[in-house]
Design a binder for this molecule. Structure first.
Ligand SMILES: Cc1cc2nc3c(=O)[nH]c(=O)nc-3n(C[C@H](O)[C@H](O)[C@H](O)COP(=O)(O)OP(=O)(O)OC[C@H]3O[C@@H](n4cnc5c(N)ncnc54)[C@H](O)[C@@H]3O)c2cc1C
Length: 440
């Protein structure tokens, strides 16, 4: 079923689908206005409503020249956040496990923070947070992530890398005493942890719902603006092959996460490895008085603890490279294997976790990209060659977000939207498109 959001008139009967690059950004308002009166909407299909797909949809709506009519169809077989994004730990910071700033970490961090603000504004929670300092935002669950050093080698590297941290996401070195003021009874094997006070832990499902809401609001606003109209439709259905969408769209942007290679046109052509991860939800029983501190950070160690509240946290994650199972459902056997693996790692840092009890488990499938000299970078670019046919700038791929989807989705979603709108793949840094050459 399609939900119509914008309902501006379409210019039926005139088939003026653009074959040339659509005017983009720099288009002058008078010529854009005349175009909007004579052309049907530019139609884009975004496949997948996870971090990647919703970031692309938002940026298509915001980056397209104001005066143009644009219509976006989002397709997802399970709804918003139905894939790995919806079950992720929600941990967001721009550093590698050795505290090294990741490739283009500043841009990625800034754009993801901007999207978070967009989502928060759409839900209208900021005001509540300002009125009540104890309020834990419904999207941002915690600020602050603590990473204990777990080996001597690790410690030396941390020290070096932390020197180059971003001013907007600082890394502070703390000893066990200082760490215990943040989280009582924390145990640091090397008496050192690296604290990122600005790093965040979000509730991924709420974030995605809010980002979708923001897209809807933008479309509604455009109805009153008097400029070009915008339309947004959500189709809760499976896409079985790209050619089913042929002819309808200026461009189709494939953001299907680990299931992208189930499309017959892309099958076997994407250099991705899949890896299933299980996350366990733990709660503090009612009869335990001592809660996790209100402003206590999340913890990133061999197992991570994404704090949701004083008595609720998620613990992750397993790495099953042999599984291609993308179901969020976790059997009792799989859950108990995951607990056996994760609990000892978590107890080593936070022994008080022994008081917490298991509530449920869920899982997702990561799409892991190959390692490059710049790290494991997502895969972007135009994939007409792979799909076949003679269309230009028609099919675009945005995937392989690995285990860092939250960090990458903001900036790369923006770049992808700009490249699609201007039909210019060169707007995407070559580090992200070079996988296509290797593949060939
Ligand atoms: C256990 C676990 C924990 C993680 N923790 C973190 C974390 O803390 N921080 C972080 O940054 N990253 C984390 N990640 C990684 C992050 O979840 C991914 O990088 C991110 O979700 C990828 O986003 P995506 O939009 O590319 O894919 P997805 O979120 O998988 O989105 C793809 C969408 O496409 C839909 N779809 C698929 N096939 C079809 C089809 N044929 N037709 C229609 N719809 C279809 C799916 O339903 C899905 O909603 C974690 C991953 C896992 C598995």
């Amino acid at each position: 079923m399609a939900m119509a959001i914008g309902s501006l008139s379409r210019f039926c009967g005139v088939d003026c689908r653009l074959t040339n690059p659509p005017p983009f950004l720099s288009f002058s308002s008078s010529s854009a206005a005349s175009l909007s009166h004579h052309h049907p909407p530019l139609r884009y299909a975004v496949l997948g409503a996870g971090f990647a797909g919703l970031s692309v949809a938002w940026h298509l709506l915001t980056q397209v020249a104001k005066d143009l009519n644009v219509c976006i169809d989002i397709y997802d077989e399970f709804g918003v956040g139905g894939g790995a994004s919806g079950v992720s730990g929600g941990l967001l910071h721009p550093y590698s496990p050795k505290a090294k700033l990741l490739w283009r970490g500043a841009e990625c961090w800034n754009e993801s923070m901007k999207l978070l603000s967009v989502a928060e504004a759409a839900m209208g929670f900021k005001e509540t947070a300002q009125l009540d300092p104890e309020f834990q935002g419904l999207i941002v669950r915690r600020r602050g992530i603590l990473r204990p050093a777990v080996s001597m080698k690790n410690l030396t590297l941390f020290n070096e890398n932390a020197q180059n941290c971003l001013a907007s996401c600082r890394i502070e070195k703390v000893d066990e005493d200082a760490a215990q003021t943040l989280v009582p009874n924390l145990s640091l094997p090397f008496n050192t942890a690296f604290y990122m006070p600005e790093a965040v832990n979000i509730h991924p499902q709420r974030y995605l719902q809010a980002l979708y809401l923001a897209c809807e609001s933008l479309v509604k606003e455009s109805c009153y603006s008097g400029f070009g109209g915008k339309e947004l439709y959500f189709h809760k259905k499976s896409v079985h092959k790209l050619l089913d969408l042929k002819g309808e769209y200026q461009a189709v942007i494939i953001c299907l996460g680990a299931k992208a290679d189930t499309l017959p046109e892309l099958s076997g052509k994407l250099p991705l490895r899949m890896c299933r991860g299980v996350v366990a939800h733990l709660q503090l029983p009612d009869d335990i008085g001592e809660e996790y501190p209100d402003h206590g950070p999340s913890i990133l160690s061999d197992a991570w603890l994404a704090i949701q509240g004083r008595r609720s946290l998620y613990m992750g994650s397993t790495w099953d490279w042999k599984s291609r199972n993308s179901s969020p459902n976790v059997s009792t056997a799989e859950a108990s294997e995951a607990l056996k693996e994760l609990l000892p790692k978590a107890y080593a840092i936070y022994p008080d976790l022994k008081k917490w009890v298991f509530a449920e488990a869920r899982a997702g499938l990561r799409a892991m990209p190959p390692l490059t000299p710049y790290g494991s970078l997502p895969l972007l670019g135009c994939v007409n060659d792979m799909v076949g046919g003679n269309s230009k700038c028609k099919y675009w791929f945005f995937g392989g977000l690995g285990s860092r989807g939250l960090l990458y989705h903001g900036w790369l979603g923006k770049l992808m939207a700009q490249a699609v709108l201007s039909c210019n793949e060169r707007l995407i840094p070559s580090e992200l498109t070079s996988w296509k050459n290797i593949n060939r």
